[in-house]
Design a protein around this ligand. Structure first.
Ligand SMILES: CC(C)(COP(=O)(O)OP(=O)(O)OC[C@H]1O[C@@H](n2cnc3c(N)ncnc32)[C@H](O)[C@@H]1OP(=O)(O)O)[C@@H](O)C(=O)NCCC(=O)NCCS
Length: 156
């Protein structure tokens, strides 16, 4: 299903048929802690998960987002190296927020490796605050920040 159109790229939900491109995006984006093909397929089939992609001639960016009743979890976000700093990751975060609002979910969270300055800066720019440092989240000696964003309650 298409979510919206914009000049030069298309934002849409991914389907099972996108698995090879998503696996390639994962391979090019992460040096450790990559999701395997079977885990990516698990996300695509998961009833509470939406994988949002940005597509030009092919997929250039993706966000794997889990919508729990207690809050939205950004499980992964990735942009191919040559398309970075063009605002794609920010656009994906905005879309995750839009879907959350439509579902009445007002809290978003994620984990990010403490040494991942690019991603930590991205999330800070989009209003996520560090809530805690989680020891060994990605394995021994690999800590994560747990970051949270609260959306305004339209009924408050
Ligand atoms: C982190 C990542 C998703 C950012 O994607 P992106 O499309 O380049 O990000 P955007 O263009 O939307 O950047 C938005 C803001 O994030 C911050 N940011 C992004 N990349 C940055 C970098 N390399 N250094 C510092 N700040 C950065 C900036 O504040 C930027 O705003 P600006 O360009 O106006 O300064 C991308 O670098 C990536 O895929 N990295 C590898 C995978 C990864 O680490 N994913 C996160 C896992 S938690």
């Amino acid at each position: 299903m298409e979510l919206s159109e914009s000049e030069g790229f298309r934002l849409r939900k991914a389907g099972i048929w996108d698995i090879d491109e998503l696996e390639e995006l994962e391979r090019r984006s992460f040096t450790f802690g990559r999701f395997s093909k079977s885990i990516l397929l698990g996300f695509l089939r998961h009833p509470f998960c939406t994988t949002i992609v940005i597509e030009r001639d092919s997929i250039v960016a993706s966000a794997i987002v889990l919508f729990h009743t207690q809050g939205t979890e950004i499980a992964s976000i990735a942009v191919i190296p040559e398309e970075r700093r063009k605002g794609y990751a920010g656009r994906l975060l905005e879309e995750a927020e839009n879907i959350s609002r439509r579902r009445g979910i007002l809290s978003l969270s994620l984990h990010v490796a403490v040494e991942n300055d690019a991603a930590t800066s991205l999330y800070a720019k989009y209003g996520y605050n560090i809530s805690e440092r989680v020891r060994d989240y990605y394995g021994a000696g690999r800590d994560a920040y747990y970051m949270v964003k609260k959306l305004d309650d339209p009924d408050a």
